[in-house]
Design a protein around this ligand. Structure first.
Ligand SMILES: [Zn+2]
Length: 268
């Protein structure tokens, strides 16, 4: 069964906040149209290593993307590679590190910020490089890509929750309100995407701590949400997905060959 997929990575969103702040997503869950799972992120709880983990299914100590300043192309096969290898169309509205992992490294803004190249793993993209690039603009960028190019796989990656956490910490109105704001933006688009036939996953790379950082094993740093919305999901509350299984699950939904682990209980 082939589905189109939108994978949303809300950078730095701790499960502890996701479980109460995301009113729109929680309405879908309460109506029996979505499921919310708690994932433990792989270690270290850092951004670039976990973008690689989510998009390739490979943990940092095996991928070699072990900290945020490892600036090179990934040596792993990502969702983008599996999808384009099967003739599907890919797109991303994401932080520039995603371009460096899968398209071109180093990132040269004037060349790479707006990408349209069928030969690259991420064929259509808008990449940004400031952590306070507004989530509202980023979601609009993503919707532009979706309507202009009809991608089979669309990756959406806003940064403002993580940015608020680094400035104000986990236990702050600013951090919680940035999560609430992302949920409100999602409310604008989510039903539209479902009506267009997309299966939607919303997750995070890592959480946040009260020291305005993240790297280690505190529950608030390591526990992240995985919301799944769409008719291809089982919504089985007993499923126990892992962060390393997201890549394989997305490939299963897309109906493309892959060699990564999958949590079959999450899928129908
Ligand atoms: Zn961060």
């Amino acid at each position: 069964m082939k589905h189109n997929v939108i994978l949303i990575l809300l950078d730095g969103l701790s499960y502890s906040v996701a479980q109460h702040a995301m009113g729109h997503l929680l309405a879908y869950r309460n109506a029996g149209r979505a499921a919310l799972y708690k994932l433990e992120c792989e270690l270290p709880a850092l951004s670039r290593p976990l973008y690689e983990c989510i998009l390739t299914g490979v943990a940092p100590i095996d991928s070699g993307i072990v900290h945020n300043h490892v600036s090179r192309l990934s040596t792993q096969r990502s969702v983008f590679h599996y999808a384009t290898g099967a003739g599907l169309t890919t797109a991303a509205a994401a932080y520039h590190w995603v371009s460096e992992l899968y398209n071109r490294s180093p990132f040269i803004a004037a060349r790479d910020r707006h990408t349209n190249d069928a030969e690259l793993p991420i064929q259509h993209a808008h990449f940004y490089y400031l952590d306070h690039y507004p989530d509202s603009h980023l979601f609009d960028d993503a919707e532009h890509l979706r309507t202009a190019h009809q991608p089979d796989f669309l990756f959406i990656h806003p940064m403002n929750i993580d940015d608020a956490g680094h400035k104000h910490g986990l236990d702050s109105p600013q951090y919680r309100n940035s999560a609430r704001s992302a949920d409100v933006i999602l409310a604008e688009y989510l039903q539209r995407w479902l009506d267009a036939g997309y299966q939607v996953l919303v997750t995070a790379d890592h959480g946040m701590n009260d020291d305005r950082s993240h790297n280690g094993i505190l529950p608030e740093e390591r526990e992240v949400p995985l919301f799944v919305i769409g008719d291809a999901f089982s919504l089985d509350p007993g499923a126990k997905p892992k962060q390393t299984e997201i890549c394989g699950m997305v490939c299963e939904l897309l109906g493309v060959p892959h060699d990564k682990p999958v949590c079959t209980e999450v899928l129908k």
